[in-house]
Ligand binder design. Structure first.
Ligand SMILES: Nc1nc(=O)c2c([nH]1)NC[C@@H]1CN(c3ccc(C(=O)N[C@@H](CCC(=O)O)C(=O)O)cc3)CN21
Ligand SMILES: CC(C)C(=O)C(=O)O
Ligand SMILES: [Mg+2]
Length: 289
């Protein structure tokens, strides 16, 4: 074998094949440097439209433009090499018709190099899911709490906590599976409903606020790292990076004001007269990619 082992990226069919097997693990990822760190440990990376809220300070995902998804999607593809990259289709880029959805999904695939797209909606989007998958675009569906419908739901509200809501959500899951989605995100729904859907559909379910009964799990990276100012109840913080960043920033400010930084190690001396070649300054690398 050569020194550089060729790593084949995870594909949408690889994820599909995990139904009922090993857990599928994923996180959202919005840019290249976090992708590099997260990628080796994930089955897929989602460039979620939550990036509009998390990275750009928007109040909902509704205003997120297609170009924003493409710019961050391309960065995540460049920063990763193992995991499947899935890019969210933003509000307004796919609902109008299957043809519009195909045009925009194709742009996302061509301009980012991602391996699949995700869109929100169940039965009402099934025709579009079929249209895209029949034309070469793997689709992850997303049902339950669908944040792009926040203005119809009257807030980010947990779904399926009353039995009478179940039939419609179960029908959504069945419809996107039948239409050819390779997996489906179940967001913000009662545990018993997520369990029932996971048993019923032939494609893997990816839970967020939907219990451990799903075939896989996803969280927003910044939420589990402790970087988001507020998080939904379903988030567990695996680190407190917000506090760590604040500590580092305070230390920097203190040292600059105390004239302790920059110190000797951080400054350039004059070139010696004998030096002919101009010196090339390289940024130090912490880890080879
Ligand atoms: N940072 C971040 N994390 C997310 O998980 C996330 C986003 N942003 N933006 C897009 C959607 C919106 N999401 C949200 C946002 C808020 C709640 C929330 O406040 N839930 C309430 C329960 C509300 C109810 O059931 O009535 C909670 O207490 O957790 C849930 C999901 C999930 N997604
Ligand atoms: C929360 C996940 C599933 C998502 O759609 C996003 O981050 O936009
Ligand atoms: Mg999303």
């Amino acid at each position: 074998m050569s020194q550089h082992t060729v790593i084949r990226r995870v594909t949408a069919p690889d994820i599909r094949a995990k139904k009922g097997g090993d857990k599928i693990v994923s996180l959202t990822c919005y840019h290249a440097h976090t992708a590099r760190l997260v990628d080796p440990h994930m089955d897929f990376l989602l460039v979620g439209d939550s990036l509009g809220m998390v990275m750009h300070g928007l109040e909902t995902t509704v205003p997120v433009p297609l170009d924003m998804m493409i710019m961050h999607g391309a960065a995540v593809v460049r920063g990763s090499r193992h995991a499947l990259v899935v890019v969210d289709m933003p509000f307004g880029s796919y609902e109008e018709s299957p043809a519009v959805a195909f045009r925009n999904a194709a742009r996302i695939m061509k301009e980012t190099g991602c391996g699949a797209v995700k869109l929100e909606g169940g039965a009402r989007m099934a025709e579009t899911v079929a249209f895209l998958t029949q034309r070469g675009i793997p689709v992850m569906a997303h049902i339950g709490l669908t944040p792009q419908s926040v203005n119809m739901m009257g807030g980010f509200k947990t779904q399926g906590r009353r039995q009478e809501e179940w039939a419609a959500i179960e029908a959504d899951a069945a419809a996107v599976a039948e239409a050819g989605a390779f997996s489906v995100v179940l967001e913000g729904m009662a545990e018993l409903l997520a369990a029932k859907i996971t048993r019923a559909v032939p494609i893997p379910t990816i839970g967020i606020g939907a219990s451990a009964e799903c075939d896989g799990q996803i969280l927003v990276l910044e939420d589990m790292l402790g970087l988001s100012p507020t998080v939904p109840k379903f988030v567990k913080k695996f680190a407190e990076l917000g506090a760590a960043i604040e500590d580092a920033v305070k230390d920097y400010a203190t040292e600059v004001r105390a004239r302790q930084f920059p110190a000797k190690d951080h400054v350039y001396a004059m070139a010696k007269p004998a030096d002919e070649k101009p010196r090339v300054t390289k940024m130090s690398k912490t880890k080879p990619n």
